[in-house]
Design a protein around this ligand. Sequence first.
Ligand SMILES: [Cu+2]
Length: 282
Amino acid sequence: MSVASRLGLFTLALVVVFAAAYGVGAVAGPTPLAEQAHDAPAAGGHEEAPSAPGGLAVAADGYALDQIAAPATAGEAGEYAFQIVDAQEQAVTGFELSHERRLHLIVVRRDLTGFQHLHPRMDAEGTWRTPMTLPAAGAWRVFADFRPDGLDRQVILGIDVQVGGDYAPVPLPGPAAMTTVDDYSVTAEGALTAGRTSRLTMRLAESGTPVTNLQPYLGAYGHLVALRAGDLAYLHVHPQESDTAGAEIAFDVEVPAPGSYRLFLDFQHDGVVRTASLTAVA
Ligand SMILES: [Cu+2]
């Protein structure tokens, strides 16, 4: 739903609530009227709930992802090229730095396998390009995560890329507090709670020995992407400053609703960036 139509519905809901409150007040006196009119927006979660997830639309907030080229053959080295265009269909060229980059490109197959985190380069005309290989057939989701100059928030647009061939979807792994990548184990502490911001703390060990010298990656000790299973909604995640530098990574994750979420953690150790993934349920 667009912001405009969402606001429209919200206004409509308020009108209905005020009308209903007036009717009640006429019978029961002024107190219920005031309470109902005041409580209605909060009961709908308008003020306390996290902001809506991004990535569900190819156009949002006055910007659109205009895809120019995408890999079409599984396993073949290709290129992904696109522009971010404004409401006048002009390519946007001014972007703010966010996590040390002007644009983050996240790629994952719709069964939440094959995660990639890429940083395309933009030319003077506003065309972004990056080498890309999609290793297997299926529908892949590409997310562009960016902040145009002058905007006070990130915009996340999503688009599908179809790769032909035999598609063998992988079932979502069950929820787990621990996962591994190469010789590393990653343990997540904290629970996702629907309707609010949840703190998650990740601790790493290499071959059983706790890692205490993580290296900064994209301006933090880790970069977390959280996608909702079912629709691949892209959640807002904020890395937290850590008191124990390089030993753990904490994030605040805005969880809009109950469901299963796939978490992808990029971290850097000994000069290598790795991605660990696990499923969490809110
Ligand atoms: Cu990035």
